[in-house]
Design a protein around this ligand. Structure first.
Ligand code: PML
Length: 243
């Protein structure tokens, strides 16, 4: 049986670091240690660790999205490329896409802070997430052998954030009514972001301006989406990725 281990670290109530692993019982301790070691340098005053058995049979898929690396001179030209990919895949007019992307760069929660999860936008360009502060979070997904993937991607010059992001967005793209995703980190100095589609993870540097503490994700979906089912799939369906 597989277990999900989730860790969330915060200081003064503000989220600092989080992560999830899905492992077999004999790897629980190692996974908790790995997650703890990642959070500890950020000096949290509270750490929550949740370990639960996964009752539903995981969906095991062969491969994650293919990475296409795009490097531009500045974040404005990068965002032009992101806009073109998103226009092509979603059909949403560029003006509306620009407004949505600007929101992620300036804080997409109603009070201008970062949302906790992702915005959901349909093909009419409407925001349809149930809660504009919480958004939607993708969980219950991991690589079958995460250490192997981490080694492979780090060797190519990618980071641990790439591994986590690739894992989440690969699960997102399995949902039939999910079309594309846009993401920038809320870490001020992490300026690489991505746009993903059904087949590709376009890793784009720099996708945001250096020092900007704002960030987040937009999930672009079909108009026909069943929102309850989408939330359930992203939050609860266990998915393991082989490679
Ligand atoms: C990458 O390095 O491939 C981009 C990762 C984006 C991470 C977003 C985040 O950590 O919030």
């Amino acid at each position: 049986m597989y277990y999900s281990i989730k860790l969330r670290a915060s200081r003064d109530g503000k989220h600092l670091s989080g992560g999830e692993r899905i492992v077999l019982k004999d790897k629980i301790e190692e996974a908790v240690n790995q997650l703890y070691r990642k959070a500890e340098p950020k000096d949290p005053d509270e750490i929550n660790i949740k370990i639960e058995s996964i009752k539903e049979k995981p969906l095991v898929i062969k491969s994650s999205l293919k990475i296409e690396n795009i490097i531009c001179e500045d974040y404005k030209s990068s965002n032009q490329i992101a806009l073109e990919i998103l226009k092509r895949s979603t059909g949403i007019p560029v003006e509306r896409l620009k407004e949505l992307i600007d929101l992620v760069h300036t804080g997409s929660a109603p009070d201008g802070s970062n949302m906790r999860g992702a915005m959901i936008v349909n093909q009419k360009g409407e925001r349809i997430e149930l809660d504009h502060f919480r958004g939607i979070r993708t969980t219950t997904v991991d690589f079958l052998d995460r250490d192997k993937i981490l080694k492979k991607l780090v060797k190519k010059g990618y980071t641990e954030r790439t591994v986590d992001a690739l894992c989440l967005t690969t699960k997102n793209m399995l949902y039939p009514d999910m079309i594309a995703e846009y993401c920038i980190s809320d870490e001020p100095d992490y300026i690489t972001g991505y746009v993903s589609t059904k087949d590709f993870y376009y890793r784009i540097t720099p996708l945001k301006s250096e020092g900007n503490p704002k960030g987040g994700r937009i999930y672009f979906v079909r108009n026909s989406i069943d929102l309850q089912d989408f939330y359930r799939f992203l939050q609860e369906k266990p998915v393991l990725i082989e490679d």
